[in-house]
Ligand binder design. Structure first.
Ligand code: A2P
Length: 294
């Protein structure tokens, strides 16, 4: 299929395929990155309370001059806020200086304490129930809710009781972490997948991978364009390349159509070069059900 420019969520809302990622984008840099991206065609910005840059992302949005309704804005409930989502939602809205979120995600199915320990007395499923109630009671503040870093095992537990099917599951996805099981499960349940760390994060070996560089040479684009387009060529998929560098922000928005053979070749990279930029064990909850982390 040709690359998409947007996907439709189970709410009916349209989500632009490529969004600017801001994990590790620091205050002092991220304001400009967001402003520059929005002034140059991006319509989708992803942040999180846990990134500690929501205030600056909000400033970048304001500085861009783009009307709020032209922007798809996502933020995430931080792990230490799982016991009080309503308060955390208000804090995110205030920091981002926006009346509503297009998408609010549970960042990890991993409640934690403020000092970074696993909070095993609290069940993330109870947090989801509060997120659902907030969404149903405040459609003016929340246009969609979803999850992040959910494996099939955790999605199955969620969907057994969910009143609201998550609109999105945002997970690490790139040719060295294709997560076919999660992809298939989400597609079968109408959940859009958003790829984070599509380049493989900082100093990624994927940018030098010979399959990636060969395809990039064929289309006269950078390796990053191949890695980002890999997702845009898949159904029900959005992608969040992160950059704070003007020329890369501009470059990363360029999407190419890939052939099924090229997508297959990229997919095969995982067979010999598997890695995760972000291993779930940092939360204190082990593998979180991801088979490659067990
Ligand atoms: P920077 O933000 O300094 O531009 P991912 O999207 O997988 O999280 O990867 C982000 C990392 O890749 C950051 O270190 C970012 O650097 C770098 N990056 C972003 N765009 C490109 C690009 N087009 N070419 C090479 N590196 C890039």
């Amino acid at each position: 299929m040709p690359a998409t420019t947007s996907v439709t969520l189970n709410t009916g809302a349209v989500m632009p395929t490529v969004g600017l990622g801001t994990w590790k984008s620091k205050p002092g840099q991220v304001e400009h990155a967001v402003e520059f991206a929005l002034k140059n065609g991006y319509k989708h910005i992803d942040t999180a309370a846990g990134y500690q840059n929501e205030t600056e992302v909000g400033q970048g949005i304001k500085a861009s001059g783009l009307p709020r309704e032209q922007i798809f804005l996502t933020t995430k409930l931080d792990n230490p806020d799982q016991r009080h989502p309503a308060k955390a939602l208000e804090a995110s809205l205030e920091k981002l200086d926006t009346p509503y979120l297009d998408l609010w995600l549970m960042h990890w199915p991993a409640p934690m304490t403020r000092d970074g320990q696993a909070d095993k007395e609290h069940d993330w499923l109870d947090t989801w129930k509060v997120m659902e109630s907030l969404y149903l009671a405040h459609p003016d503040k929340l246009k969609a809710i979803g999850v992040s870093n959910f494996s099939v095992e955790y999605l199955e537990r969620l969907l057994k009781v969910a009143r609201v099917v998550p609109a999105v599951n945002q997970i690490e996805l790139h040719p060295s972490c294709p997560q076919d099981d999660v992809v298939e499960y989400c597609q079968n349940n109408g959940i859009v997948l958003t790829a984070y760390s599509p380049l493989g994060s900082d100093n990624s070996p994927l940018l030098k991978n010979e399959t990636v560089t060969k395809i990039a040479a064929k289309y006269s684009v950078q390796p990053a364009n191949v890695l980002i387009s890999f997702h845009a060529n898949k159904p029900m998929r959005t992608v969040l390349p992160k950059s704070v560098t003007n020329e890369r922000i501009l470059n990363n928005a360029k999407i190419i159509d890939l052939t099924p053979e090229e997508i297959g070749e990229l997919h095969d990279i995982d067979k010999t070069h598997h890695f995760r930029a972000c291993h779930p064990s940092w939360t204190g909850f082990g593998s979180l059900g991801f088979p490659d982390c067990k």
